[in-house]
Design a protein around this ligand. Structure first.
Ligand code: PEP
Ligand code: MG
Length: 660
């Protein structure tokens, strides 16, 4: 048994066998004869690593998934891929040497810049290089089938993706830091992570028993220590599962999505905890280049996003060009009022080839995730019909070409008053609605959204806009389709409760506002459910012996109309009137013919002896309680002289009213 004090990046206790992940074995530079075969080896190692990283991202969530997605972006970096290819093609290097050399060159470049974030990136790049090299050599060897404590000189997220996270009981490395990506992943997995002693780590062999506890690494512990540490580890795991299940149970009904404009936004999106993508603005793909993006360019971008979302809703909007989003290559004619001219879907329907290229890419990407296509600037149903026809034509082509595709659901953006007012009609043609409040405000209030000096007129909370939102959501619900809001209004904390009350099902906000919007929506839902909660029916005992008379037959409209709440009458056999429930005596009529009780849940019950008996001025009534008395069900409240009441020509009916 040997004890070593280490630094703690993630606290906790673990007991298990070590699995030592070998890294850093350098290769002699050697020249290859078949350069094409070497390039193919490199390509297949990159694909294998990309698959591993994307599976790791899909199996995790929040920050951890975001870290794996960032690694994918690093892996896809065209500069490093170009360098590796050059070393192979021009210098005849083996793929392993080319990857190592590229890693060294880039890491050195990054290190020269020198900030903490940059040096983290350099560590991640080293790890990526190591992992690629390992895959080129045939992958990690002898990974145990059972859970283990992962040991390495140095570790990166890419190397972690080589092992099943469920098998990791703890992590120990020679070099590390509490702020590293590996530390964040360990924290999210709920496993301890210790680091800091090269000599101690060098001594560890795979298979040896380890304990991590209170900042100490114990090599080869005795049985008792090992058993106790294993028990503490299992108890901590159970507690974590319990808390996770409880947190998941406290979820909200309104789904909170994120708006993105590029696959580069994915790591931040995943870290935000968004329930999906509510709006992928594809314009960026069209605006940045010197020409329209090809089908392949678009397919890669959409597929990347769809895969990263791992089954969650991924709403991709077709190009919303024109107006404020002009691109040089599209050379649209100058218009006097571009916001009212050829923009959004109108351009797509005019430029058929351009639109079909995008639709083909979207249909193909739909085979890789839960893609939902959305069209901007709709005003009439025939536009939706035209899009469906174009989608069907693309599907036919793809099927003839033998390319995998799926026909995705088609939603419309409700961002013109025309669409909102005819939402009932459009709901028959669309699979979902998403309200673009930025444009809906502009078109409803007749105000250019970029008008300078008129900002005070641009009010997305204007009653007219809110009514259109309400109409749209109501129409959606009548037709069984969901309504989202993807304009800026969705993130306004002052209006979220109103939007939910209007029937909006989803809010899609910028990535940085997801968690704040979730918190506000949760509070709003709780408030609304308290407000709308129907009171439990009251169960009351009969206050007198006699025959029950339903509310509608009580011969006094003050009671039968319901103004005084739910009422029942009793034709009494005798004059004794009892408390129908537990409560406090709130009020006794001066004329002694009526008593009211306050129940524990705040509701009030009125017990009224006879109809119009107020005119007897207390003659013939005896009261047995005082205001403020606590009474139990069945306690005698008052006694009425039925003969006297009848003689006065009045009805002796005893009425109980449960006041609202
Ligand atoms: C909107 O109009 O609210 C919207 C989300 O679309 P964009 O801002 O891209 O026009
Ligand atoms: Mg818009």
């Amino acid at each position: 048994m040997k004890e070593v004090v280490l630094k703690v990046a993630q606290a906790g206790c673990a007991a298990g066998e070590a699995y030592f992940l070998e890294t850093g074995e350098k290769t002699e530079t050697s020249e290859v004869t078949d350069r094409n075969a070497e390039l193919a080896r490199y390509d297949s190692a990159v694909s294998a690593l990309d698959r591993e990283l994307s599976e790791s991202a899909a199996d995790s969530d929040g920050e951890t998934a975001a870290i794996f997605e960032t690694e994918r972006i690093l892996l896809e970096d065209p500069k490093s891929a170009g360098m590796v290819r050059q070393f192979i093609e021009n210098d005849g290097m083996s793929s392993v040497s080319a990857v190592e050399k590229t890693g060294n060159v880039l890491a050195e470049e990054i290190r020269r810049n020198g900030t903490a974030v940059i040096s983290q990136r350099s560590g991640d790049l080293n790890g990526l290089t190591e992992r690629l090299v390992s895959l080129l050599r045939g992958g990690e060897k002898d990974i145990p089938a059972h859970p283990f404590i992962l040991v390495a000189q140095e570790l990166s997220p890419a190397q972690l993706s080589a092992v099943n996270p469920e098998q990791i009981l703890g992590i120990v490395t020679a070099k590390g830091s509490p702020a590293s990506h590996v530390s964040i992943i360990a924290g999210n997995l709920g496993v301890p992570y210790y680091y800091g002693s090269e000599e101690a780590i060098a001594e560890i062999r795979s298979g040896v028993r380890l304990v991590l506890d209170a900042g100490k690494l114990i090599l080869d512990p005795d049985d008792e220590m090992y058993r106790m540490a294993a028990e503490a580890m299992n108890a901590a795991k159970e507690e974590k599962h319990r808390k996770k299940a409880a947190a998941e149970g406290a979820g909200i009904r309104t789904r909170i999505f994120a708006n993105i404009s590029s696959p580069q936004d994915i790591p931040a999106l995943i870290a935000s905890g968004a329930d999906g993508i509510g709006l992928f603005r594809t314009e960026l793909l069209f605006l940045n280049g010197a020409a329209a993006p090809t089908e392949e360019d678009q397919f890669i971008a959409y597929r990347r996003v769809a895969e990263a979302m791992a089954g969650k809703d991924t709403v991709i909007r077709t190009m919303d060009l024109g107006s404020d989003k002009q691109s040089a290559w599209l050379s649209l004619p100058k218009e006097k009022n571009p916001a009212l001219g050829c923009r959004g879907l109108r351009i797509s329907l005019q430029k058929e080839a351009l639109f079909k290229t995008q639709l083909r890419a979207l249909l193909r990407a739909s085979a890789y995730g839960n893609v939902r296509v959305m069209i901007p600037m709709v005003t009439s149903g025939w536009e939706v019909d035209r899009v469906r026809e174009a989608m069907a034509a693309c599907a036919g082509e793809l099927s003839d070409e033998g390319l995998p595709y799926r026909l995705p659901p088609l939603g419309i953006m409700v961002e013109t008053p025309a669409a909102a007012v005819t939402a009932d009609h459009l709901a028959e043609k669309a699979d979902f609605f998403s309200i673009g409040t930025n444009d809906l405000t502009q078109y409803t209030l007749a105000l250019d959204r970029e008008a300078v000096g008129l900002e005070s007129y641009y009010d997305p909370c204007h009653e007219a806009v809110l009514r259109l939102i309400g109409m749209t959501a109501a129409a959606g619900h009548r037709h069984g389709i969901s309504t989202a809001i993807c304009g800026e209004l969705a993130a306004n904390p002052d209006i979220i409760e109103k939007l939910i009350e209007l029937g909006v099902d989803e809010l899609s906000v910028s990535v940085s506002k997801v968690s704040a919007t979730k918190a506000v929506a949760l509070e709003a839902e709780n408030r609304l459910s308290r407000k709308n909660r129907k009171p439990e029916p009251v169960s009351l005992a009969a206050p007198a012996d006699g025959k029950l008379v339903p509310m509608k037959d009580i011969p006094d409209p003050a009671f039968s109309s319901g103004i005084l709440g739910e009422c029942t009458g009793i034709d009494p056999e005798n004059g004794k009137i009892y408390a129908p429930c537990d409560g406090t005596v709130l009020f006794i009529a001066e004329t002694k013919h009526a008593v009211s009780l306050l129940m524990a849940d705040g509701r009030k019950i009125l017990i009224h002896a006879g109809i119009d008996t107020v005119q007897l001025r207390g003659d013939g009534f005896t009261i047995f309680v005082r205001e403020g008395d606590t009474v139990a069900v069945g306690d005698l409240l008052l006694e009425a002289d039925l003969e006297k009441i009848r003689k006065a020509g009045l009805s002796p009916m005893v009425i109980t009213a449960c006041c609202p």
